[in-house]
Write a protein of this length. Structure first.
Length: 436
């Protein structure tokens, strides 16, 4: 199987070989032919499978075969959940279209809209966008989707997780009914299937190798540890193992910041990346990490989606996710492009239930180790922390818990309810902050 045999045009083949790709990845081999046949496609694929080229290459092929229109209306729209993913996809679009007469740009929130509008005014064929900024510019009359021929919904599951369903429905109404639709998702919940049904017309279904097989090639290990000793343990592992490039996942943005500060105090260069960081700060953190200047990148799940970090040797779950599929996404960051990787999880007593459900999902038992001096607390409760509590805890770790209880002492339930509500609102606000 070669890219040529898939029927891609010569300028695309040239760009592909410039990127150094030799053979199509499984998702590319499966998705490219039906897209070239102008069919709707529903693809099951996660980041790291080469899915971006899977939709971008045939999309560019089709557009470049059609006559260039006056004023260059937007003919293809690629919608992504996060700014990072949008930027990443656009970089790919630019690279693959280098030898074609195709113009493209990317728009997302958190940055000045003026340069984005100026580029769109000059005419673009392919627009990569996050939903918020797209709808914003459209409602200001600064762009039109009335001439869209191909629509790509990337990481549809994450779109729904981030609460973008309404926005997607709105975007759908802005495009002509007659168009080709491609939808990519790593997971297929009932809601995703419903969304697929409403967007796609008689789609061809394609699937990359099931996620579980990818999991088997990654070295996974669990360190059982007392909650309060996790920071010490991670610093020890990174320092003594002399790990140079480590992606660390925390459950909350606050947790990411806090851990990042502790790493820096311990003399390990680190940066945090999450939804509350400005676009500039995120780009800088990622660039530093990629270049090797920053050893540790601490990220939340949402921020990490769409990061293109090749050949990542170490992934650490500082806290394991309560959604088992997120574990698969996280550790999928190692062992990319055939390189082997190591995924480590620091698990405290209250995370036991989550660990069990992850093991059930991946259908394997993960090897457990205990490091001397960082033993688990034998008296700690194995009662799982509820998602709401997680976030509280993340905001201040155990300290926060203590300060809350100090604040609450003697003040009864009323106050703790008030605190809970306050935190609920905070969480709601924070969730909406995450949207671009
Ligand atoms: P993606 O899943 O689209 O995020 O792609 C994951 C990584 O694989 C990116 O770094 C791509 O540049 C790379 N990639 C995509 N297609 C191929 C291919 N056919 N051969 C080698 N690398 C690829």
């Amino acid at each position: 199987m070669s890219f040529k045999s898939l029927g891609l045009s010569e300028p695309l083949l040239r760009a592909i070989s410039k990127k150094g790709y030799e053979t199509p990845s499984p998702i590319q081999a499966k998705a490219i032919p039906p897209v070239l046949e102008e069919k709707d496609v529903l693809a099951s694929a996660q980041t790291g499978t080469g899915k971006t080229a899977g939709f971008t290459l045939p999309l560019l092929h089709l557009l470049s075969q059609r006559p260039v229109q006056k004023h260059r209306p937007i003919r293809a729209l690629i919608l992504t959940p996060t700014r990072e993913l949008a930027a990443q996809v656009h970089t790919n679009v630019k690279e693959y279209s280098e030898f074609l007469n195709i113009k493209s740009t990317v728009i997302f929130g958190g940055v000045n809209q003026k340069p984005q509008v100026a580029t769109i005014r000059k005419g673009v064929d392919v627009l990569v966008a996050t939903p918020g900024r797209l709808i914003d510019l459209e409602s200001q009359g600064l762009l039109s989707l009335k001439r869209v021929e191909i629509f790509v919904l990337d990481e549809a599951d994450r779109m729904l997780d981030m609460g973008f369903l309404r926005d997607i429905e709105r975007v759908m109404k802005l495009m002509p009914d007659k168009r080709q639709n491609l939808m990519f998702s790593a997971t297929f919940s009932k809601d995703i299937k419903k969304l697929a049904y409403s967007i796609l017309n008689n789609p061809v279904k394609v699937e990359a190798t099931p996620e579980n097989t990818a999991v088997e090639v990654i070295d996974q290990k669990v360190y059982r540890v007392a909650k309060g000793k996790k920071t010490g343990l991670i610093i020890k592992l990174i320092s003594e193992g002399n790990w140079k490039q480590v992606l660390v996942f925390t459950r909350t943005k606050h947790g990411a910041n806090k851990l990042c500060k502790k790493m820096i105090s311990a003399g390990i260069t680190a940066a945090a990346i999450h939804g509350n960081k400005s676009q500039g700060a995120r780009t800088k953190a990622l660039a530093g990490f990629k270049s090797g200047k920053v050893r540790v990148l601490v990220a939340t799940d949402i921020a990490a989606r769409g990061l293109d970090i090749p050949l990542l040797p170490h992934v650490v779950n500082y806290e394991i996710p309560n959604i088992s599929e997120d574990y698969v996404h996280r550790i999928g960051r190692t062992g990319r492009a055939g390189a082997s990787g190591e995924a480590i999880s620091l698990v405290s007593a209250d995370e036991t239930t989550y660990l069990r459900s992850i093991e059930k999902l991946i259908d394997m038992k993960i090897e457990v180790e205990v490091v001397e001096g960082f033993e688990p607390d034998p008296n700690a409760s194995t009662e799982p922390i509820k998602p709401g509590q997680n976030r509280n805890r993340g905001r201040g770790g155990n300290q926060n818990k203590n300060s809350n209880s100090r604040r609450n002492s003697g003040e009864g339930n009323k106050n703790s309810n008030r605190n809970r509500n306050r935190n609920k609102n905070r969480n709601r606000r924070r969730n909406s902050d995450n949207r671009s």
